[in-house]
Design a protein around this ligand. Structure first.
Ligand SMILES: Nc1nc2c(ncn2[C@@H]2O[C@H](COP(=O)(O)OP(=O)(O)O)[C@@H](O)[C@H]2O)c(=O)[nH]1
Ligand SMILES: [Mg+2]
Length: 228
C-alpha cells in the first residue's frame, strides 16, 4: 500500500468532553463496534503489540486501527501492511485525543472501508503517560502498555494512567535478563495499589510470548460487552 489516509483531527471548542464520550460510546454500541483505547509512553511497543494482536484476531472479527501521532504516517503504514484497515490521525500538536477527535477518526475509518462495519476499532493514542489519561475518548475499554525498560516504579509516578486502565500489558519481558532491576512482583503491587481491578498480562511483542493471553482477554471482554 503506497498511501494511507491521514486525517488532521481538530480539538473541539466545546469543553464538554465527557458528554461527547458517553454519546460516542452509545453510538458505537448501536453499531456493534468495540473501541479499544491503547496508551503508553513512546516506544513501549504499542504498534508492535497491535501487529501481533491483529495477526491473532483478524480471522475472527473485522478490525480497524487508528494511529494517532503529532506527525508522520509510519505507524499507519506499518498497520496497513498487516492488511487491516488503518488510518493516521494527526493531532495538530496535541498530546492526546479527546472524544471529538476520536469521532472524526472513526468517521475516517468507516469511509476508508466504504462503510463496512467494524467489530473492533483500536485507537493507538499519542505516546504519553499523562495527557491521554485525562480525556475520555468514548472507548469501551482502556488498555496500556508498560515496558520493562521503563522501570517498575511508573505506576507510582503516573497514578491516573494506571487507575483508568482495565488492562496493563507488561511488554518486552524478553529484555528482563538485561533490565534485571525490574521486578514483576513489585510492578504488580504498584499497579494494583493504583487500580485493584486491573488485569496484568506480561507479554513480549517481539517473541509473541503472552500474546495469546492478551488476545483471550480482548475476546472475552468483547463477548461480555456484547451481552451487557
Ligand atoms: N526487545 C523487545 N523490543 C520490542 C518489543 N516490543 C517492541 N519492541 C521494540 O521497541 C521499539 C518501539 O516499538 P513500537 O511498537 O514502535 O512502540 P510504540 O511507540 O509504543 O508504538 C521498536 O524498536 C520495537 O521493535 C518487545 O517485546 N521486546
Ligand atoms: Mg506506535
Amino acid at each position: 500500500m503506497d498511501d494511507v489516509r491521514v486525517i488532521e483531527v481538530k480539538q473541539s471548542v466545546f469543553a464538554d468532553n465527557d458528554r461527547k464520550a458517553d454519546e460516542l460510546r452509545a453510538r458505537l454500541r448501536e453499531q456493534g463496534t468495540f473501541l479499544l483505547n491503547l496508551m503508553s509512553s513512546p516506544g513501549s511497543g504499542k504498534t508492535t503489540t497491535l501487529r501481533r494482536t491483529v495477526e491473532v484476531l483478524r480471522g475472527e472479527m473485522a478490525i480497524a486501527v487508528m494511529e494517532a501521532d503529532i506527525d508522520s504516517d509510519v505507524d499507519a503504514r506499518t498497520m496497513a501492511e498487516t492488511g487491516v484497515r488503518a488510518i493516521q490521525l494527526h493531532t495538530g500538536g496535541m498530546c492526546h485525543l479527546d472524544a471529538y477527535m476520536t469521532e472524526q477518526g472513526l468517521e475516517g475509518l468507516l469511509a476508508e472501508g466504504g462503510g463496512e462495519p467494524i467489530d473492533l476499532a483500536i485507537l493507538e493514542n499519542v505516546g504519553n503517560l499523562v495527557c491521554p489519561a485525562e480525556f475520555d475518548t468514548g472507548a469501551s475499554a482502556n488498555a496500556m502498555i508498560l515496558s520493562v525498560p521503563e522501570g517498575d516504579d511508573k505506576p507510582l509516578k503516573y497514578p491516573l494512567m494506571f487507575s483508568i486502565c482495565d488492562v496493563v500489558l507488561i511488554n518486552k519481558i524478553d529484555a528482563l535478563p538485561v533490565f534485571d532491576a525490574f521486578s514483576m512482583e513489585r510492578v504488580r503491587e504498584n499497579i494494583l495499589m493504583r487500580n485493584p481491578n486491573a488485569t496484568i498480562i506480561p507479554i513480549s511483542a517481539k517473541t509473541g510470548e503472552g500474546v495469546d493471553a492478551w488476545a483471550d482477554w480482548l475476546r472475552t471482554r468483547i463477548a461480555e460487552w456484547k451481552i451487557a
